[in-house]
Unconditional design. Structure first.
Lengths: 293, 320, 383
């Protein structure tokens, strides 16, 4: 029984990270229909900023380690958010028409550029996150942080007028313009928020798993992409559910499959995801509505 | 730079171009597959199985005499066909299941599928599992004098296949199907309503093109004689996606783009094939990936900016 | 891009490529030895390759300073931990940069693909840390041009199994291996065979992938077993975090690892969560042997950090290469190869090296005791 509880906690915390990453991704996609490939790099950057922040701040922060963590998260999140905004301004905005292969190309280009410039200056090998003496187990703290972030984001989107405007342009860009909403400002905001939470996810990842490196964003980014799509893009609760679901699935499969089959846990998880995608092609919580191609 | 090495690069480029051309065609029917490398891997692994069955004694023996070489050629042909066939069938089945899945989701689905393929095969020890598989030299070998023949054989074969595919695509463009393709690009719904069975067209092209990727995989196995699961990862599939995206949705554009990227990138690695001074070559080699990323961003952005400027100028000229 | 621009670019590339072609390798000055480095400086094996590169450069610096009868040009390229890249880069080093000999690669898949090519082109290759047995010799082939300065998987697995069973007196073990690495698979296999041969029992085997970062499930699963030894023949980048994440759940086990563990990074990543652990290594920085101390000292001075075993291997590879070049009549492939093959008791950092018939080094290994903050020499193992 204890084993199951442990695995569920594992799955939850992993799932929360995936979900948070996916949400940042989904926000941008929901609003602009743009696959922000650079999202994984923003995630990794957040983790690194957090790493340096923790090492730099430790002598100063005599207060509780929780405050230290919070500070690091704020710094990393803001840094990541700013990076996201810069990327948007430099690489995506000139391509006004956000659809099409051009954007895919720049997105990939940005992703490659950031990763490799980083490698030139920081070298590709892994670093260990500075250990933190937290009053609770890191996984539990992670889950709490992530749930809070999610609630915060949900509140932002659904209960503020800014959020209303963002949802409006996600729904119908031209009509929103007619109604006086200014997209560029909101787009920047969307990127910042998405990037912020990716940065938070990065720090949490570092705390929970203890290791970061410049190419760490790749697989989580890929999975978050999958989750964002399955969670019915732009639908926050759906994405959250999908993220948690994937985390739990990964952990439980790994935990309970007998040895000869356990090596196939990744393909199995993915097959289940694929089946889900086909069965519910409009996302988990979405409704089937005709979509203009 | 030697002729041998040049032909080696040509062969590798040839395989990449096959993948690029086939993916380009898939994208042109509005199926934005991101999992092309999955079929590539599938073809390669099927080829592994065929080779293991037909050539039980495995690597280490060199083909001697015309008889053995012809047999070897047969094995190569068999594996290429098997690779093609398997990829074709799987793509066809996939196509049926994914009919109701729309645009972006399709992309994700193909991506997932490719990872499933790679994950599964890397656990099957019959095809080498995590350790990979080494194929024997079947027709020619790279040892000694034969090497130039080897490189010539594969580069010519791959070049010819590419030209063939290219010609076929041109033929298609010129035919009524070409009209359908450009119609798809403009307005898919209108095309549906004018009676064209878009879905069948998509399935058919998808199957054929994925089959081609499978064939490319088989050729990759026999050309490099060593495959490991890492060869079929998304990272290795990125250059293909890049080239297709860069070339736009016409047939020749992507081929040029692919060749261009490839030559520049490889050139950066070795100081443009020996032309650069040694220290600059080393620096270029270190920064090649970052440079690639930046080139991508800069080129796309400047193209877009130019486009916008032209629009603005036009508006000015046309008056209020 | 309009059509004319495209045509111009295409023709330019075409012409320059042709212009750089020559029929075969030119004769170039026979007083410069060109050493081509193929090392993984990015990718999952980045640590092993870049450390080796640093070691090799240090060796080059010191050897040149001490005076050589010829000059050396060291051109090092990144193989991105990818075997196709290694083949490409290796070939271009041989044919474009006219490398006389290859230093590296650091990992087995690259060494397998490049080794094949080196054998075919008759260019000697001295691998720094590719440990898979088949790199130099297998049932199907014998690559006479491929050498390595590190011991191979069979040796490691056997030594570790013997250490666990006989030296530590352990009876039961659990193996956790990386299913994506030939290194790990190979080591796990030889350990299992030897351990069982010596009467031990392998209770369970578990696996993970090199790209995994979350080991929670693995940790909990393994913690269920009441074995003496936990053998994890993986890379430091994975095992370190694994140990850190394990918290106290793995305290009952004696941890055992292969040569990929003892890097400074490993300690950092494990976060000090080590109580009872040993690993096999090529060298220990604290070894009082004057050669080792000399190496460690100059490495620290040049790079500001303590060398990892992989740096030492890179250093040794360069020493081996230069020694062979000195003894060889020319820089021809076959001549260098023959000179390498008879390397006899060469004093390198990791011991006294001679090559055996399979071109694996006959030298000692060390077992390290691992503490939360450092590695300690435990005992030496004869081949």
């Amino acid at each position: 029984m204890r084993y199951l509880a442990d695995q569920v906690l594992n799955g939850l915390s992993l799932g929360c990270v995936y979900a948070l990453l996916a949400i940042g991704f989904a926000m941008v996609f929901g609003v602009l229909k743009l696959l922000n490939f650079a999202h994984s790099e923003i995630f990794a950057t957040g983790a690194f900023i957090g790493y340096f922040a923790l090492r730099w701040l430790t002598p100063d922060f005599a207060g509780s380690p929780l405050l230290l963590l919070l500070a690091a998260i704020m710094i990393a999140g803001s840094g990541a958010g700013v990076l996201a905004m810069i990327i948007e301004k430099v690489a995506y905005r000139p391509l006004r028409d956000y659809r099409g292969e051009g954007v895919l190309l720049t997105a990939i280009g940005v992703s490659i550029a950031i990763q490799n410039i980083g490698i030139q200056f920081f070298s590709a090998h892994a670093r260990g996150y500075p250990p933190l003496e937290l009053p609770f187990p890191p996984k539990a703290v992670a889950v709490v942080i992530l749930v809070l972030s999610f609630l915060l984001l949900y509140g932002l989107i659904h209960w503020t007028s800014l959020g209303l405007e963002v949802r409006a342009i996600a729904e119908d860009l031209s009509t929103s313009r007619l109604l006086g909403i200014s997209p560029p400002r909101l787009v920047t905001l969307t990127f910042f928020v998405g990037g912020f939470f990716a940065g938070v996810a990065g720090v949490v990842w570092g705390i929970v798993y203890g290791v970061i490196h410049l190419q760490m964003g790749f697989y989580p980014g890929l999975k978050s992409f999958i989750i964002a799509v399955i969670g019915s893009i732009g639908d926050l609760p759906g994405t959250f559910v999908a993220g948690i679901g994937l985390g739990l699935l990964e952990c439980l499969l790994a935990a309970y499959l007998p040895p000869p089959i356990s090596a196939y846990r990744d393909p199995l998880t993915l097959s289940l995801l694929l089946a889900l995608l086909v069965w519910k092609p409009h996302g988990i919580l979405g409704s089937s509505e005709p979509e203009k191609v | 730079m030697t002729i041998g090495l040049l032909l080696y690069y040509v062969s590798l480029l040839g395989i990449t171009l096959l993948l690029v051309q086939s993916l380009n065609l898939i994208w042109r029917v509005r199926l934005f597959s991101l999992g092309h490398h999955g079929f590539f891997g599938l073809g390669a692994y099927v080829a592994v199985m065929v080779t293991k069955i037909l050539v039980p004694k495995g690597a280490g023996q060199l083909p001697v005499g015309l008889g053995q070489r012809l047999e070897g050629l047969g094995v190569v042909a068999a594996s290429v066909l098997a690779g093609f066939g398997t990829a074709f069938s799987v793509a066809w089945v996939m196509g049926r299941f994914f009919r109701r899945v729309r645009g972006d989701y399709f992309a994700v689905a193909t991506l997932i599928f490719a990872e499933i393929i790679r994950g599964s095969f890397s656990n099957i020890s019959y095809v080498g599992g995590g350790l990979g598989f080494e194929a024997p030299y079947l027709v020619l070998s790279r040892v000694g004098e034969e090497r130039i023949l080897y490189e010539a054989f594969y580069s010519t074969a791959l070049l010819m296949v590419n030209i063939l595919v290219f010609a076929i695509v041109r033929r298609i463009d010129g035919s009524v199907y070409g009209l359908y393709l450009s119609g798809l690009k403009e307005d898919c719904i209108a095309l549906e309503h004018s009676g064209v069975d878009v879905v069948s067209l998509q399935s058919m092209l998808f199957s054929w093109c994925c089959g081609l990727a499978g064939a490319a995989g088989a050729m990759f196995l026999h050309f490099t004689t060593l495959v490991v699961p890492g060869d079929f990862s998304f990272v290795n599939g990125l250059p293909v996606i890049l080239a297709v995206a860069m070339g736009g949705l016409h047939s020749s554009g992507c081929v040029m783009a692919a060749a261009f990227i490839y030559i520049v990138y490889e050139g950066l690695k070795n100081g443009f094939f020996g032309l650069l001074e040694w220290e600059y070559a080393a620096m270029a080699s270190d920064w090649k990936d970052a440079i690639l990323g930046l080139i991508l961003v800069v080129s796309v952005v400047s193209l877009a900016l130019r486009g916008r400027r032209r629009q603005v100028v036009r508006r000015h000229e046309e008056g209020p | 891009m309009n059509k004319r621009v495209r045509t111009i670019i295409a023709s330019f590339l075409f012409v320059t490529t042709l212009a750089s072609c020559r029929a075969e390798r030119d004769s170039r000055s026979n007083s410069t030895l060109v050493v081509g480095g193929v090392l993984s400086q990015t990718g999952p094996a980045a640590a092993y390759g870049s450390d080796a590169d640093k070691g090799a450069r240090l060796a080059l610096e010191r050897l040149s300073r001490d005076g050589l009868p010829f000059s050396i040009q060291y051109v090092s390229r990144d193989d991105r931990s990818d075997k196709t890249e290694a083949a490409k880069v290796g070939q271009s080093l041989i044919e474009i940069d006219h490398a006389d000999i290859i230093l590296g690669p650091a990992i087995s898949p690259s060494a397998l693909s490049l080794g094949k090519i080196a054998e075919e082109r008759q260019v000697p290759l001295v691998g720094t840390s590719p440990t898979q047995d088949e790199v130099t010799k297998s049932e199907a082939y014998d690559r006479r041009y491929v050498f390595r300065v590190c011991f191979n998987d069979s040796f490691q697995g056997e030594v570790l199994a013997r250490f666990a069973a006989e030296r530590l007196g352990k009876k039961t073990a659990v193996i956790v291996y990386d299913k994506t690495l030939s290194y790990s698979i190979g080591l796990a296999r030889t350990f299992r065979e030897e351990f069982e041969r010596l009467g031990g029992v392998i209770q369970h085997e578990e696996n993970y992938s090199v790209q995994d970062t979350d080991y929670s499930v693995l940790i909990d699963k393994v913690a269920n077993f009441k074995a003496d030894v936990l053998f994890i023949p993986g890379w430091d980048e994975n095992v370190g975090p694994m140990i850190k994440q394990a918290g106290d759940r793995w305290d009952r086990f004696t941890l055992l690892g292969g040569d990929a563990w003892p890097t400074p990074r490993f300690l950092e990543l494990a976060g000090g969560n080590i109580s009872d652990a040993y690993a096999l290594s090529h060298f220990v920085p604290e070894d009082p042997d004057p050669r080792v101390q000399d190496f460690v000292g100059s490495y620290k001075k040049k790079y500001g950090e303590i060398p990892s075993p992989f740096a030492a291997l890179g250093y040794d590879a360069m020493l081996v290469i230069v020694d062979a070049a000195k003894r060889s009549g020319s820089f021809d492939g076959p001549a260098l190869r023959d000179a390498l093959a008879v390397t006899n008791n060469l004093g390198v950092v990791t011991g006294n090296l001679s090559f055996d018939d399979s071109r694996n080094p006959r030298k000692e290994a060390v077992i390290l005791r691992i503490h939360p903050d450092r590695f300690d020499f435990f005992e030496r193992v004869e081949p």
